[in-house]
Write a protein that binds this ligand. Structure first.
Ligand code: SF4
Length: 359
């Protein structure tokens, strides 16, 4: 079967596939491209959610600033550094520092100081350049992105959530615009970051053509890495009131989530793609399935257990009680169970980024 996915219609047709035999052909083709372009290794990014304070009010997010029921927290620098050093000692080559959005000078300088401390203190024989650091702290000025980069972060994840202007408007307040999100992605690229983005699938009013447009946007923006997942409602958000409009639910949501990973692998080929925790929320084997459909990155939980329940972007988030040791042991079993190899002590940079840098 010739698998050619270049146009919007071809990609939308892939995403709407229901036939199990054809889905298996797509999965197998995506796996083949993954192994050819990136190898079959799985890279860890230890996830530290260090603050749930956020100035933004995204209509789908449980920690949006209008939700007064959230216990707000900020980890201390020592708590973050301690978690990051645990990653280094346990062979995770990289960490992700994630938080709500905040542009105050105290926040920016706190992030820079924490990043540079992790960099310095994680250098070892096994990690001669220290841990790889990904930041996921939202829309910021170009100047602040430069400060993060100079402090030692070298990857940045800023999810676009959807590239459809009407859909974007319907899930964000007026002052959060698609144009500004895209401008921030361009700032990150100019700064020198490996740039990651991603979308949600199953949003009210979303269709397969819109998701195909999202993938073509990733291609046009020359994106290096993808972190995306199914939309899972949070009960204390405005979007829950549109529940009747949720069209892609249940098994269909899992299928489209896996086909989005496969489609990104087939179209974008040598980028990094995460099998996100949200996949595990809709299917107990969701992350393993994500790996078998073309993903190559896993983000084990490092947020201290006491704070995890206060970082709920969506309901039914898994692994809330698991310690970092539980997560490490559980994930290594899951990954070995799908015959993939964890690449310890490596940053696992996006081959796409490395190739572009050589040109
Ligand atoms: S999605 Fe991010 S920016 Fe939006 S409210 Fe949640 S934490 Fe804040």
């Amino acid at each position: 079967m010739l698998l050619k996915y270049e146009s919007r219609d071809e990609i939308a047709s892939l995403l709407s596939e229901q036939d199990p035999g054809k889905i298996e052909i797509i999965r197998s083709a995506a796996h083949e491209v993954l192994v050819r372009e990136c190898g079959d290794g799985v890279f860890y990014r230890g996830l530290i959610e260090f603050s749930n304070n956020c100035r933004s009010d995204c209509y789908y997010c449980g920690i949006r600033c209008s939700n007064g029921d959230v216990n707000r927290f900020d980890l201390t620098k020592d708590e973050i550094v301690e978690s990051a050093l645990w990653c280094a000692e346990n062979g995770y080559g990289s960490v992700v520092l994630q938080s709500g959005e905040n542009s105050s000078e105290s926040f920016i300088s706190f992030v820079c100081d924490t990043v540079s401390t992790i960099k310095k203190r994680s250098v070892s024989d096994r990690l001669p350049d220290g841990l790889g650091i990904t930041l996921c702290v939202g829309e910021q000025s170009e100047e602040d992105y430069k400060r993060f980069f100079e402090a030692g972060a070298h990857r940045y994840l800023l999810r676009i959530e959807t590239t459809n202007p009407d859909l974007f408007r319907s899930i964000h307040p007026e002052d959060q615009t698609l144009e500004h999100r895209i401008e921030c992605l361009k700032r990150l690229r100019r700064t020198g970051f490996q740039v990651g983005t991603g979308v949600m699938f199953g949003l009210p009013g979303q269709n397969y053509e819109m998701l195909a447009d999202d993938i073509l946007f990733f291609k046009a923006m020359d994106i290096d890495m993808i972190g995306m997942g199914p939309y899972i409602p949070h009960s204390a958000t405005p979007l829950i009131t549109r529940k009747r409009q949720f069209k892609i639910v249940g098994d269909a949501l899992l299928t489209v989530s896996l086909l989005m990973i496969a489609a990104c692998r087939l179209v974008l080929k040598d980028i990094n793609i995460a099998a996100t925790t949200a996949l595990q929320t809709i299917d107990p084997q969701g992350r393993e399935k994500g790996l078998s459909f073309g993903a190559n990155v896993i983000m084990p939980q490092l947020t201290p257990v006491d704070y995890r329940k206060s970082y709920l972007l969506y309901d039914n988030k898994p692994c809330l009680e698991d310690t970092k040791e539980d997560c490490r042991n559980c994930l290594s079993r899951r990954i070995e169970g799908v015959n993939r190899v964890i690449r310890y002590n490596e940053w696992g940079d996006s081959p796409h980024f490395m190739r572009r840098r050589r040109i």
